[in-house]
Unconditional design. Structure first.
Lengths: 132, 125
């Protein structure tokens, strides 16, 4: 990656549950792989900026992740394999109820992910008196 | 053993599973055997509502035991109330399936295509 500038990653650490980690990691891997092969991590003038935050709305807390590539002209949806897009556009919403916007802009790919932060008890936890 | 392409011919199957990739694989397993997967649903409340609305069009179901941290027993109840047979798909052993639900057939994950198709063939229509 020398000479192209390191990806910039901003924002607080956001603890996630194991189910969230599994599916989100698959999606991030697809984004990173795509950036290496076709996008900001391949192009001489490409740049990758990733920001994280936690936001609150009427439904509760959500983790918001913005993956923004720039300096990558001429990218089309066809650059990303169907299965990669499926993981990002279908699996995140089906499995984690995330809202996802994957865009192939004129200056590069961007992906906006809003992930509800659900704190749930283990399914088969030993019951405790006075539990919630 | 190779699954017959007609083992589940024309069977209308509901897949209740909260993991996208597992739901896709289960659907592929079933469609390879001739089944018609009429829905993939990952939430207890949505599955129950779907069964109440479409019970007459469902022949059988595959039901994951753990849906986003909730046990899927309400889904099992809704299926039973509509006379729809089903198998539980679960990563947990039989000890943790509630006593009154233990009578239903289970496919313990990770299961093969043969195991799943054979379980659905066994419960008939």
């Amino acid at each position: 990656l020398a000479g192209r500038g390191l990806p910039r990653v901003d924002g607080p650490h956001v603890p996630l549950g194991f189910e969230q980690v599994q599916t989100l990691a698959l999606a991030l891997h697809e984004l990173a792989t795509n950036a290496m092969k076709h996008g900001a991590l391949k192009q001489e003038n490409g740049h990758l900026d990733v920001s994280r935050s936690v936001q609150k709305d009427a439904h509760g807390e959500k983790a918001v992740l913005d993956w923004r590539e720039s300096g990558v002209p001429g990218l089309t949806r066809a650059a990303m394999k169907g299965f990669g897009r499926e993981l990002i556009e279908q699996a995140l919403s089906f499995t984690l109820h995330a809202n996802v916007a994957l865009k192939f802009g004129t200056d590069g790919l961007s992906c906006h992910i809003e992930l509800p932060l659900v704190h749930r008890a283990p399914l088969f936890e030993v019951s405790q008196a006075g539990g919630e | 053993m190779v699954v017959s392409a007609t083992a589940l011919q024309n069977r209308r199957v509901l897949v209740v599973e909260d993991d996208y990739l597992v739901a896709q694989i289960v659907t592929d397993f079933l469609e390879d055997a001739g089944a018609n997967v009429i829905g993939q649903i990952g939430r207890v409340d949505e599955a129950v509502a779907f069964i109440h609305q479409n019970g007459a069009t469902i022949d059988c179901a595959v039901v994951d035991l753990n849906l986003h941290g909730q046990k899927s027993y309400p889904v099992a109840d809704a299926l039973a109330a509509n006379g729809i047979t089903f198998v539980f798909a679960t990563g947990y052993d039989s000890e943790v399936v509630g006593a009154s639900y233990g009578k239903h057939p289970r496919c313990e994950k990770p299961f093969s295509q043969d195991t799943l198709v054979a379980a659905l063939v066994a419960i008939g229509r």
